[in-house]
Design a protein around this ligand. Structure first.
Ligand SMILES: [Zn+2]
Ligand SMILES: [Zn+2]
Length: 100
């Protein structure tokens, strides 16, 4: 392959990036929304159940569903295996609380 063919961009690649750009913007906005939600929950320390309205503490003695590490701390994140959960069962009614 000569140097000229390496420098010239493929004709179909630029339109592909143009078509994909809104998808990347949407993914960025969704990741920002998720990060904002997690930051807000971590700052408050509690999250309300959407079903029964009870407050559920984030920092409790929790068991990781993947590696079974039992530790005090943020129930949405395991320091043993690095699992980042998006929800957990309500302590009162057991309905899954989605945090992001
Ligand atoms: Zn774990
Ligand atoms: Zn509940």
């Amino acid at each position: 392959m000569s140097k000229e063919t390496q420098r010239r961009p493929n004709g179909w690649l630029v339109p592909l990036y143009v078509v994909a750009a809104p998808v990347y913007v949407l993914r960025f906005v969704l990741s920002l929304r998720r990060a904002w939600g997690l930051w807000r929950i971590s700052r408050l320390g509690y999250v309300d159940c959407q079903h029964c309205g009870e407050e559920n503490a984030i920092d409790i003695l929790a068991t990781c569903p993947r590696c079974k590490t039992v530790e005090y701390g943020n129930r949405l994140r395991c320091t043993g295996c690095g699992l980042r959960a998006t929800g957990f069962p309500c302590d009162t009614c057991s309905v899954t609380i989605r945090c992001c």
